[in-house]
Design a binder for this molecule. Structure first.
Ligand code: SIN
Ligand code: MN
Length: 329
């Protein structure tokens, strides 16, 4: 058994953030009996009010015996009017450091297991590259508690509700994986390019949380600023480029309308988050780097925007039929 040394801030930091994340909703109830103080101050990311979680760890780590006291206020995502205006103008908003790196540790710890899992056993749905590597894992928000917590976090949910001016439910979620050297492209598309055929209005917003560092070399997402204002473009199915049938915008339309100046790479660190409109044109290149690129994307739909009956009803993993409001704060 090893005792946590007060100077071992990194280790304490990891443990503390895990506690904060795991017991996020219960943390204020545990305020009694601080026996011994070996703590850290864990500042929450930008855009939160000046809030601190102070964790006091007592006893021996291997017995997992923790007590803590908190001076705590549930972190809130506070967008200013300017943030909403930026979202409206560009069709997206990038928020660096919305989640602390430590909050992502638990997710990154369990992700390899999720990738190896079996659809029949765990209820999730996986898509693969031609070479066999997992390209996407759908439904982690239902079957994996840490991903569920992330998809319901107020820092994401509150601004999405504000943007859509409504209650919301989860349309779908996916862990998008681009393995080193193997992860392949996403052709230019608007998410609503296909979602229209699912029988809904364009009242959806997606949120992408970076799980790995995203770089030009490992195929970071590319967004084309302002293109959501074009409305929905005609899409066609591409079944040749990757293992996955992709609905993408015709190249002739792209040549006419898309300019180099509009394209912005979404480069960032784990915990950075991109909010984007369902009509925003986006795509990404092949992963040419030795580093993987994983993201968690959750799409939220206006609760009143339930799919109308359509000819081609897609499965529940991609068009959810769980119309449960996600409340946020
Ligand atoms: C998507 O548009 O769903 C995927 C884009 C990406 O992962 O690069
Ligand atoms: Mn997309």
């Amino acid at each position: 058994m090893s005792e946590i040394h007060p100077a071992d801030t990194r280790r304490i930091c990891i443990d503390a953030s895990y506690i904060c994340f795991k017991y996020y909703h219960r943390v204020t109830e545990h305020t009694e009996n601080v026996l011994e103080v070996r703590g850290m101050v864990h500042p929450l990311p930008d855009l939160s009010p000046p809030t601190f979680v102070i964790c006091f760890l007592c006893g021996l780590r291997d017995e997992a015996y923790f007590r803590w006291r908190t001076i705590y206020e549930k972190p809130k995502m506070r967008w200013t009017q300017q943030h909403y205006e930026q979202f409206e103008t560009q069709g997206f908003l990038f928020v660096p450091g919305l989640f602390a790196t430590e909050e992502l540790l638990r997710l990154n710890e369990i992700t390899p297991e999720l990738l190896l899992g079996d659809d029949l056993l765990d209820g999730m749905h996986r898509e693969r590259e031609r070479g066999g590597a997992v390209r996407q894992v759908y439904l982690a928000h239902r079957h994996s508690p840490p991903f569920k917590a992330l998809s319901e976090d107020a820092r994401i949910v509150d601004p999405v509700k504000q943007i859509l001016d409504s209650e919301i439910y989860i349309w779908h979620s996916k862990i998008n994986v681009k393995d080193a050297f193997e992860g392949t492209v996403w052709l230019w598309h608007q998410d609503y390019g296909y979602w229209m055929w699912d029988g809904v209005e364009p009242k959806l917003v997606s949120v992408m949380v970076l799980l790995d560092e995203a770089t030009i070399n490992n195929g970071c997402l590319l967004v084309a600023a302002g293109t959501h204002k074009w409305g929905r473009l005609e899409h066609e199915a591409d079944e040749r480029t990757t293992s996955y049938k992709q609905w993408c915008v015709d190249r002739e339309i792209l040549k006419e309308r898309l300019t180099e100046a509009m394209i912005q790479p979404v480069i960032g660190k784990p915990g950075d988050v991109l909010f984007f409109d369902c009509n925003l044109l986006h795509g990404s290149g092949h992963n040419m780097s030795p580093l993987p690129r994983k993201t968690f994307i959750v799409a939220y739909n206006d609760l009143t925007n339930r799919p109308r009956p359509v000819e081609n009803v897609r499965p529940d993993w991609v068009v959810s039929r769980k119309f449960e409001a996600v409340s946020g704060s």
